[in-house]
Design a binder for this molecule. Sequence first.
Ligand code: GLN
Length: 536
Amino acid sequence: MARTRQTKFIFVTGGVLSGLGKGITAASLGNILKARGLKVNLQKCDPYLNTDAGTLNPAEHGEVFVTHDGGETDLDLGHYERFLGQQLGRTSSLMNGRVLARVIADERAGKYLGKTVQIIPHVTNAMQAEILAAGRGFDVHIVEIGGTVGDIESLAFLEAIRQLRHKVGIGNVIYVHVVYLPYLEASKELKTKPAQNTVKDLRESGIQPDIVACRSERDIPRDLLDKIAMFTDVNPKGIVALPTAKTVYEVPLTLEAAGLGDYVTKLLGLGRKKPQLTEWRELVDTIRNHSYQHTVRVGVVAKYMSHEDTYMSVFEALKAAGWAHQAKAEIVWVDAEKLTPENIGTQLAGIDGLVVPGGFGPRGAEGKILAAAYAMDHNLPYLGLCLGLQTAVIALARKVVGVDANSTEMDPTTKHPVIHIMEQQKAVTDLGGTMRLGDYPCILGRGTLAHRVYGKKRIIERHRHRYEVNNKYRARLEKAGMVFGGLSPDGQLVEMIEMAGHPYFLASQAHPEFTSRPGHPNPMFSGFVAAMVKLD
Ligand code: GLN
């Protein structure tokens, strides 16, 4: 009988403040372990009471990352996929709401046999079951605990991972704590006290870290690292400096250079293995030292302008496409709500191409439709992502069908519903987890631009939408120059559109940004940047 492999667990927590890049640290650790030929999975555990990220506002929480199997997850999953170069499933994102919902459902079903249902052991056991299930079949399972140690919210997860060490065996689990070292301008030094205190908090929960990753804005002198080792009782080999990197893709190499790959495999008894990091090093070299031959200015037409996290995968895909074409992709925010027919020419002056990313609801929709029309009329490269396909259809329909053509999402009573709700969505009342989600195949028409950029006839991309092109209007749009270059295998759903005679007008009902990787940009993005470079 084949020996069942013992999965090794690495739990990553964070302290001092949030937003330290715990996700990048976890993903980077995954990267250098995978580079050793190990089978690695990653999972994010979030302490808030949402069931998944589906109903979270991306302006506050960052993009909703969609997995191939239709999970609506935390944006850290995007980092994980990009750093591992592998698809993760929906079980790689666990929110507390899902755990609690399960426990309460079991309570109603009488499964606790009359017992008092408690955080410990019932909730913590349910958490452990999810973590163990996600790790099954992998050599190493890295689990990031969201939030900051010391928050009331994360206590149950901390207790769950503390207990797991005993359940799966002491040598099979390590803990990594990511801390922050603030720089004090007055005394011109980095301070270690907050780091010491957060490790103390972690130890209060019964967890002694094996590794402390120290984030700071500056280089950290060795004696400070030794001081942290001393006060936290961690082997100096386990204290690693993570000064702010020029690119996040450098972090795996920083960890490797600090000897962490060997140290972790030693702690977990995984044997000594040489990492294969050549390709990754080349990527980082390209990103760092590139003397770009081109700069392309990409206008991203959006309503959430506050932070990049909202469109994280879109930006990463654009950057990756740039690296592949010796081009620096410079992002220019275009505020959809401020665009008018009068000012659009000046607002878009100097822009080499437009992206209309995914979005929901009527706010800013008119600006996005205007932008699509402008790109159509001015031979400006256009990349439409989900809503960006719908805005392009509306833009053309307004010229050839009727000026009030719209999506029923934006105007439920429109006379010309060129975009309408999908049949299977009509009865849906719950908002969470009910869209057309995850991988769906699409067949590309021979000789189309889509076919050219993908280089194959059948593609699969990830979806997250409720509305679709109304087939009733297809013929009229086609006559006006729109090509329905990609359709669902039964021909009933429009998956991709393009404009005949345009240098690069390509839009998808899916979200190709989710399958883009730093060294392997998604073809739609790659083609978009190539078109801008050609016109440069
Ligand atoms: N709001 C549109 C729909 O639901 C587009 C969704 C999206 O861009 N992800 O169909």
